[in-house]
Design a protein around this ligand. Sequence first.
Ligand code: UDP
Ligand code: MG
Length: 334
Amino acid sequence: MFISIVIPCYNEEEVINETHRRLVAVLEQLTPQFELIYIDDGSQDKTAELLKQLQHNDQRVKAVLLSRNFGHQMAVTAGLDHVCGEAVVLIDADLQDPPEVIEEMLNQWYQGYDVAYGVRIDRQGETPFKLWSAKLFYRLMNCLSDVPIPLDTGDFRLMDRRVVEALKIMPERDRFLRGMVSWVGFSQIAVPYQRSRRLAGVSKYPLFKMIRFAFDGILSFSLVPLRLAIWAGLLAFALSIIGIIYALFVRLFTLSWVPGWTLSFIAILFIGGIQLVFLGVIGEYIGRIYREDKRRPLYLVREKLGFGEEYYNRRPNRPKQTITIGENSSEKFR
Ligand code: UDP
Ligand code: MG
């Protein structure tokens, strides 16, 4: 069986060699045929050079270097577009997902499952805030999403080739892969594992990126925020009827109707607030429609290595540059 491993890397110079060593050690036990597809997501450090070296020394390595940082989900997408294997594993570059778990995933695949997704039963080395916010996010996501998305599941998973082919024809730009894989269906099974701490370096998901990711997940998998507008509108309408009755009562049957100011003030603030919030929500969806509608490519490739073809951006006045591909490739390309 031919297995492809997709590893997105962004500024992972400290861990990449060790990750490669661990992955190869595990995979050699499992299958004679595999490929490792590393995606350099526009790293500013030496990641790209290290990947070139790895590729040079090992024929099983392929590298896709993106033209800039497109984000984790796009990097994974780029990887999926280049796989050849019958089964495809997504794994982080920082060894937080132990490569040893791949064996269990493969077993599930041999049993006939199309997707074996890792479920984190324990997460080491994360701040209490990240643990708590992740927990909250997965639960919120599940309440809102139209398709059930398994709790505490990251992108560490094994997928059958047909699942990958299904993902490849999903053109959306808001790529929340774990949700997309749930949407695809087929038979899926959880593989529990302990998430370790990062081998080295820092998380590339700072708070703001995490929040954006959470928004992407919710907005691309749920119309509930729009439906909330209807419920909030109905609630405001019900309250306003009470307000109207009260106002009429005060006006008709009492002499103190000027002080009704408080009520109208509150009503204006309340309605104004609700309207602004949902204008924002609608705007967010419209912005996404606009972005999807531009139909830009999801990512751009600067260089591909190990695919048996030379690939890089040719410009007329480009300074002469030679790139060698493959282990014993003698031909130089300009
Ligand atoms: N990553 C990426 N592009 C980005 C951010 C992250 O390719 O813009 C990669 C990163 O190199 C790692 C994986 O995505 O292999 C998960 O990122 P990280 O470990 O920083 O996230 P965390 O595990 O802290 O959620
Ligand atoms: Mg990590």
